[in-house]
Design a protein around this ligand. Sequence first.
Ligand code: PLP
Length: 400
Amino acid sequence: MDTRHFIKTEDKYGARNYHPLDVVISKGNGIWVWDVEGNKYMDCLSAYSAINQGHCHPRIQKALTEQASRLTLTSRAFRNNQLGPFYEEICSLTRSHMVLPMNSGAEAVETVIKAVRKWGYTNKKVALDSAEIIVCNNNFHGRTITIVGFSTEEQYKEGFGPFTPGFKSIPFGDADALEAAITPNTVGFLVEPIQGEGGVIIPPDGYLQRCRELCTQHNVILILDEIQTGLGRTGKLFAEEHDGIEADVTLVGKALSGGFYPISAVLSNAEVLGVFMPGEHGSTFGGNPLACAVAREALKVLTEENLVENAATMGNYFMQKLNAVHSPHIAEVRGKGLMIGVELKPSAGGARRFCEALMHKGLLCKETHEHVIRFAPPLVIGREDIDWAMERIGPVLCME
Ligand SMILES: *Cc1c(COP(=O)(O)O)cnc(C)c1O
């Protein structure tokens, strides 16, 4: 089958909830992918940061196939010999006290919403059914009804109501707004350290520190959604480290899978996750031995191959190169580590056409929020790869 045929088949049967670039990928290795016609591309999206370790990392692949031939699923009705070691390793790496595994990022978000609400009723003594959670405008936390209900993006929610009550949205990057929004019923503040889907938006210096102080002062659980920013993407294991703070609860997903098998986790101090009693929460596939074996190896690869440090140095190099491009279209280049956004001026006619031009030159990028091109390659990228990319990105950014 050729490209056109694959696309036609997809479009004939599939729900139209995505608008992908018309490239049909059939193979991946490290930062590179190949389409069905044999064309090679650099992956500058990394499946929204789920492929931080690079495509088909051999060590993770080995862990997956070995575990797949031994044991894949027990359900949590029984124990399995991968879960305990996974807990121990992720808690020690992230200095967490307790962990709850789920499958997708959205499920981790749903889990923490349940946990902080219950924590509010049992520990903070908030009146039953009146807990409030504060979120930020322009957030992205996933696609369930509850989560899109507290999105401020009309497209995410229009036609999907009614929504779950109990959320209040404030401007991102504005700590005074947080202070003003906190009431005695506030149980949690859910925020991304850098808004990823919102357009790679970096808050002002000192913002997260001030949020940390306010949450401590008012007995509010600070929940950082590091599903995209975490596990090395920004040049630190967690983006919170740039600000020298520690969240009460951290959400991880995406790269915890090594790009192989979905797994997410809620990491917390014991107090918050400690509210769950048997039967109050769960997932058939959550914590299955295949996912745990993959995640254990995915974490080892991140640390043993120094991918976090590499993201920091390569991110700086990439940003420096992008900043040196003189194009009338560029409004701003911003980022941390290998989470980089190039914001185009409205006069540039949208980021999509630049992504399409880059695809024809061998780079797969995705626009985010209409005017931003995101560059987020796997963290295994090297200097010469960035030089290769820049030879193509420079001219495309300068095109008519
Ligand atoms: C991708 C993402 C999610 C949702 O993860 P899914 O696995 O797609 O459900 C949540 N929060 C952030 C910050 C994300 O980038």
